[in-house]
Design a protein around this ligand. Structure first.
Ligand code: ADE
Ligand code: ZN
Length: 337
């Protein structure tokens, strides 16, 4: 698979460490693409797992982690090549596995609060935080446990940090439409006051957005904004993107969608959208799946075509701790963009 070689990634990282600018850190920011569960740092995961007596294991690596440095090693996730296809990727194994330490209301509160404190430090003024409710209910965690923690953190972030946050309820596309509708009913509707939109994430292979047409139709009629992930270099990326962009789905936003830059038809469709339409782009999340030329060339094409993009951070803990400032900093690295 085409990808940025790991030594190049390391060079970029050390370049950015040496040349971090106060300008970028102090710039007021929006964060529109951030997975709450993707902010779970090894140290917070270690502490929560200890508190809840949850063993820290990786089936993929066939390993139990007993020390924090041990666990930290498993977060070097830009190095291994992620599987794109039916198999469980290194990324998803780590991301889903990490959640097992989240059991009680205060765990969800502390996870969200830790992010809001960091958001404040990065001068993020408004954020839309994605969460995967089904990934918790399928482990036996009640919707109320998750939502109470998220709500308390949202209120505290506003009051104590002046960080405004809304949530995006993201549906796991590898689960059924029935599960999606059930979680729409038991989470999106009762907690509408906390939720800005409905999204679609998880492993895209063989799970086109069109499957979720009834969910999106319902969400739109109830006044939610809609979005879906279109991960980079998926086999059916162009087909999925066209579904997102055209009726009956016609969503308000694309999360990722870098492949659209390689298609004149999709670019024309994007350009025909009204002012409110855009893509969230998270550069560090793509280095495993496309070359340097494709990464920066695609972003350049969007910019030149006047397509609205918003730089986000996706799952920072699982892309070697690259937060929104780091994604922003990567764009002009050595004059690439
Ligand atoms: N969940 C968290 N990060 C994701 C990504 N990049 N794509 C799909 N699902 C995700
Ligand atoms: Zn994402």
């Amino acid at each position: 698979m085409d990808r940025v070689p790991y030594p190049t990634i390391q060079q970029w990282k050390s370049h950015l460490d040496l040349h971090s600018t106060p300008f970028l850190s102090s710039l007021p920011k929006l964060e529109l693409h951030l997975h709450l569960e993707g902010t779970l740092t090894p140290s917070l995961r270690f502490a929560l797992a200890a508190r809840n007596a949850i063993p820290l294991v990786s089936t993929r690596l066939n390993k139990t982690f007993t020390t924090l440095p041990d666990l930290q090693e498993a977060y070097q996730l830009l190095e291994p090549s992620s599987v794109k296809g039916p198999g469980l990727s290194a990324f998803f194994e780590a991301y889903m596995g990490g959640m097992e330490c989240l059991i009680r209301e205060e765990d969800f509160y502390e996870l969200a609060w830790a992010y809001y404190v960091r958001a404040k430090e990065m001068n993020v003024r408004y954020c839309e935080v994605v969460f995967d409710i089904q990934a918790h209910t399928r482990r036996g965690i009640a919707v109320e446990t998750v939502m109470s923690g998220l709500r308390r953190a949202q209120i505290d972030a506003r009051a104590k940090l002046k960080v405004k946050a809304q949530y995006i309820l993201c549906i796991l596309r590898d689960l059924s439409l029935e599960s999606a509708m059930q979680h729409y009913e038991n989470t999106a509707l009762p907690y509408k006051h906390m939720i800005a939109g409905i999204g679609l994430d998880s492993n895209e292979f063989a799970h086109p957005p069109s499957i979720f047409g009834p969910l999106y139709a319902r969400a739109k009629s109830d006044g939610f904004k809609t979005t879906a992930h279109s991960d980079v270099a998926q086999p059916d990326a162009l087909v999925h993107l066209k579904q997102i962009l055209t009726p009956p789905l016609e969503l308000d936003r694309i999360d990722h969608g870098l492949d659209a830059a390689g298609s004149d038809e999709l670019m024309a469709l994007i350009q025909s959208k009204d002012h409110g339409f855009g893509l969230t782009i998270c550069p560090w999340a793509y280095v495993r799946h496309c070359t340097e030329g494709r990464l920066f060339g695609s972003i350049r094409r969007f910019v030149n075509a006047g397509v609205k993009i918003c730089i986000g951070s996706d799952s920072p803990a699982y892309v070697e701790s690259n937060w929104v400032v780091d994604h922003l900093a990567l764009l002009p690295v050595e004059g690439r963009l």
